[in-house]
Design a protein around this ligand. Structure first.
Ligand SMILES: [Zn+2]
Ligand SMILES: [Zn+2]
Ligand SMILES: [Zn+2]
Ligand SMILES: [Zn+2]
Ligand SMILES: [Zn+2]
Ligand SMILES: [Zn+2]
Length: 201
């Protein structure tokens, strides 16, 4: 009789340990946040904004396990590399910072010229910053409203002749020092935000 009790106690202990191990596997610590995160599913009604890229979040995301802490990361933002080389800034590698290194806690993205308050791919020597979503813009975009693929230009004035040009999508002017999607054959182009859906809205 005591023997069977021992066995069942041992089994219970083992089961508990297993459960704790599984729980630990679910918890994830990210360098950008001091609390452990948990992989979870975000639904539209949650109206959640990623703390890394500041964009709306749907689907799988890592959310903070502490109550009243609103920190969360897209699964993609969770897995971002700490250092990248980007063709727009060939001189130096860029380091992923989890908050802007400037005194006003804000950076201006060198790609889209908009401000950011979350993650930035940063070059300290040049004070160069990219939103994480701008750093991952595709080099080519195929669009239904243009017969040729558009190529991403990093404010590369040599490739497009003439002064600033007009965005063929919205009709607004595109400053050539800024990133844009262009057709080199037709010498036309468009704003980043007029081409790329993740930047829209
Ligand atoms: Zn994100
Ligand atoms: Zn937290
Ligand atoms: Zn940007
Ligand atoms: Zn640099
Ligand atoms: Zn436009
Ligand atoms: Zn074209």
């Amino acid at each position: 009789m005591p023997q069977t009790m021992n066995i069942s106690l041992d089994q219970e202990k083992e089961l508990k340990e297993k459960q704790i191990m599984q729980q630990h596997q679910l918890f994830n610590v990210h360098f950008s946040h001091r609390h452990p995160l948990e992989l979870s599913e975000i639904h539209e009604e949650d109206k959640a904004v990623c703390s890394g890229c500041e964009l709306d979040t749907l689907g799988s995301a890592y959310i903070c396990t502490k109550p009243n802490c609103n920190f969360l990361l897209h699964d993609l933002c969770f897995d971002l590399p700490r250092h990248i080389r980007h063709p727009s800034h060939p001189k130096h590698s860029l380091k992923l910072l989890f908050s802007p290194p400037y005194s006003d806690s804000e950076f201006t993205c060198d790609a889209c010229a908009k401000s950011g308050h979350g993650f930035t791919y940063h070059c300290a020597a040049c004070k160069f910053d990219l939103h994480v979503e701008c750093a991952s813009l595709p080099e080519f975009e195929e669009r239904d409203d243009h017969q040729h693929p558009l190529v991403l230009l990093y404010g590369d004035t040599d490739k497009m002749e003439g002064p600033d040009f007009v965005c063929y999508v919205c009709g607004g002017s595109v400053w050539k020092g800024r990133w844009s999607y262009c057709c080199l054959a037709c010498k036309c182009g468009a704003h980043l935000e007029c081409v790329c859906s993740p930047l829209c809205g």
